[in-house]
Design a protein around this ligand. Sequence first.
Ligand code: 2HA
Ligand code: ZN
Length: 274
Amino acid sequence: MRVLDAEFVKNFIRTANDGWEQGWHERNGGNLSYRIRLEEVEAVKEDFEPKEWQPIGTTVPKLAKEYFIVTGSGKYFRNVIIKPEDSICIIELDEKGENYRIVWGLVNGGRPTSELPTHLMNHEVKMIATGGKHRVIYHAHPTNIIALTFVLPLEDKVFTRELWEMSTECPVIFPEGVGVVPWMVPGGRDIAVATSELMKKYNLAIWAHHGMFASGEDFDLTFGLMHTAEKSAEILVKMLSMQPNKRQTITPDNFRDLAKDFNVTLPEEFLYEK
Ligand code: 2HA
Ligand code: ZN
């Protein structure tokens, strides 16, 4: 099968375009990666043309020999749907998890996303934490989440609680909460380490004054997670624009009732009295 005919590739392209249509991917902003299943690799392998090995910039031994489909560095999400073979690529990792090589895509040259270290370190952490279930890592620049990083304290417990309060579905969709990474230089190993540390606990990590990372089992769940958190952030931005204080809100006891009925565990650390 040709790579572009595979279902996982169509899903990848659609997800990238959905993010573009949301306005989360100005210019070359954001990046997306998917850890490809063995049978999916087998089905398209005849279309591969391996290039030379390159250092990842970090080490991910648990991901040795895995294949990923990822967006390209400097490539625009807006172009993924019209010229996928120029905008995205499939990479293979070596047996130590130290190097990668492009086996398909980026036909006009280029490298995988500048955030490859964070993507791969998140994949490694989530693969271990979920017994292999999580396969998608998505980085976007959602406007309202970013705006909130200028006015709320950069604390997990504050962002989690505020996003939960703004929309009843949030504690059900991300009961484990949201992590916050303070501003750091993007693209390197340090921010990758900080983000993957938070991903041991959460499926969402905010990068202050920059954007957000989401992790999930498939494209629908991961995109949906990003979308749900950003929608809640938008409601909070609208609310704060109308008046500085909430007249009424969802209380800690309301959350406890919700947790019971929806069968989710909401950690008490987020249900503090304000
Ligand atoms: O340009 O979003 O974080 C891609 C990015 C870097
Ligand atoms: Zn970014």
